[in-house]
Design a protein around this ligand. Structure first.
Ligand code: Q6P
Ligand code: ZN
Length: 534
């Protein structure tokens, strides 16, 4: 099984004076870069097709489809008038044709992934889709490629839960509106917002739009209220917002609205995240849904940054190790504020943390050995250490390990942030005897940690089978929807997170006020002290 990419060779409008950035070169530079990096030849190329009317109608009204159908026959004047009823979109006589191919390519990708022909893939298409609504074009988008594809996948393959991750720098309000009251589709978007000062300037793009009715809790907006967000800010949101919820949700299929205007140098986004961050974002998402991931191009207007980001994404989809991260620290103040707001808006629905973690043990090997020796009587059993000379030792209580929900929340909210910031050269994986960590959870942990140390991971003991499969790039099996961890585990983890966040910025997920309030609520127990003294 291999990865695929799909490339629409049809050239869309060129040189439209109205639109200086959404240009055909976006596709050609991406494609050329994939060829030059030797990535294109490692992919399976799948023929594209046109979408049918019935498929378009999965997300659009009949009136709107009929109206767009007329555009190829319009005069330039008529096109201009037609265009003016929508926001920031430019109709060209050829765009209806291209839009049908963009959907068709996306659906071919879904079919290839769902039938197991390939493991995952990326569709390089124009025009993009995430702003398009039931009866309206918007923001360069005619039809909503990903919304149609999500409907299509649910219908065609009897899928129960779909996750859509929109890392484009603009809010995909079209996708939000399409699934707002639908609990079977979880939509996540981060976007440049600046307190509603940035396009599309919608009140509905803020963190408090969490979904409606039955879909409450299934819409996640992370507004960026400042420009200049960096790798640490993006990772923080993944660790403290998206991944904990996504694991609890347990999707059967993941879509990425893969816009790269969230990368450095983009004239729209004005963000500072580097192209290699997309390797990590991709890697982290590959652990969900048994690796079934469909990335679909949206924005990205700095041609250099775009091409590099596309390569990072495809390379990671192909299973190459993600590049080493460096200089990670905590999120900036504004990002932290957004994270805190989203987390509290979603508290009623999600975000349940669990378990405990031991920091800062220079004699971690001793500690690990000691814990292993005492594993029958000791409440805590180490399950992993990393780096040789300055180890960090993470421990989980035996009863907590059978609680997969708690274990995974600890991994996502404590272990990953800490590990990413620490930036180890080597990851050693060890499951102590009687740790209680099940095979599936272990595979997940192994797979997630392979985003570190350029994938240099050493496993050991009887977990060899699971670890080896994961090291070979087999997707970790899904754990299924996770329930709530034990309350005492949640408290223990929150205490430790708070204590450690002064040294590890990536552990931060709340502002000063919240930290102080929680400190009063929780007192340090003797058990915690024992662990820390060890
Ligand atoms: C940006 C429109 C408006 C400027 C103010 C899938 C990709 C995108 C499109 C952004 C449209 N700029 N008049 O769409 O999200 O990158
Ligand atoms: Zn965009």
């Amino acid at each position: 099984m291999e990865n695929i990419y799909i490339f629409s060779t049809e050239v869309m409008w060129s040189g439209s004076p109205a639109c200086k950035i959404e240009v055909p070169e976006r596709l050609t530079v991406s494609h050329t870069a994939l060829q030059e990096e030797g990535l294109a030849e490692r992919c399976v190329s799948v023929p594209i097709r046109q979408a049918t009317d019935a498929e378009i109608l999965l997300a659009h009204s009949e009136e709107y489809l009929e109206a767009v159908k007329k555009t190829p026959h319009m005069s330039l004047d008529e096109l201009r008038t037609f265009t003016q009823q929508y926001g920031d979109v430019y109709f060209h006589p050829n765009i209806y044709h291209c839009a049908k191919l963009a959907i068709g390519a996306t659906l071919q990708l879904v079919d290839s992934v769902m039938t197991g022909k390939v493991r995952n893939g990326m569709a390089l298409v124009r025009p993009p889709g995430h702003h398009s609504q039931r009866s309206a074009a918007n923001g360069f988008c005619v039809f909503n490629n990903v919304a149609i594809a999500a409907h299509y996948a649910k219908k065609q393959y009897d899928i129960k839960r779909v996750l859509i991750v929109d890392w484009d720098v603009h809010h995909g309000q079209g996708v939000q509106f399409a699934f707002e009251d639908d609990p079977s589709v979880l939509y996540f978007s981060w976007h440049r917002y600046e307190h509603q000062g940035f396009w599309p300037n919608l009140r509905e793009s803020d963190y408090d739009s969490v979904g409606k009715e039955k879909g409450s809790g299934f819409n996640i907006n992370v507004p960026w209220n400042k420009v200049g967000m960096e790798n640490s800010d993006y990772l923080s949101v993944f660790f403290h917002v998206l991944l904990p919820i996504a694991y609890e949700f347990s999707p059967d299929l993941v879509f990425v609205c893969a816009g790269f205007d969230s990368a450095i140098g983009d004239p729209e986004g004005h963000m500072c995240a580097t192209p290699d961050i997309f390797a990590h974002l991709t890697h982290l998402l590959k652990s969900l849904a048994g690796g079934k991931l469909c990335a679909v191009l949206e924005g990205g207007y700095n041609l250099t940054s775009l091409a590099q980001s596309v390569c990072q994404t495809v390379q990671t989809l192909l299973g190459d190790p993600a590049p080493q991260t460096s200089e990670l620290n905590g999120p900036c103040e504004s990002a932290l504020e957004s994270i805190q707001c989203v987390r509290s808006a979603h508290k009623p629905y999600w975000i349940r943390n669990g378990l405990a973690l031991v920091p800062d043990v220079s004699v971690a090997m001793l500690c690990a050995a000691q814990h292993a020796r005492m594993s029958l009587t000791n409440r805590y059993t180490p399950f992993m250490t990393f780096d040789l000379d300055q180890c960090v030792c993470v421990c989980v209580p035996p009863q907590g390990c059978s609680d997969v929900a708690g274990l995974m929340q600890a991994v996502l909210c404590l272990l990953l942030p800490l590990a990413y910031e620490y930036d180890p050269g080597l990851v050693l994986l060890a499951r102590g005897p009687g740790s209680g960590v099940g095979k599936a959870a272990w595979a997940q942990i192994t797979s997630l940690l392979q985003g570190l140390a350029q994938g240099h991971t050493l496993g050991e003991e009887e977990a060899v089978g699971t670890t080896a499969a994961s090291l070979l790039g087999d997707p970790a099996p899904s754990l299924g929807p996770l329930g709530a961890p034990l309350p005492e585990d949640m408290e223990a983890m929150e205490r430790l997170r708070q204590r450690l966040q002064t040294h590890w910025g990536l552990l931060q997920n709340a502002g000063e006020q919240m930290i102080t309030a929680s400190k009063e609520t929780y007192s340090v127990t003797q058990m915690d002290n024992n662990i820390l003294e060890n």
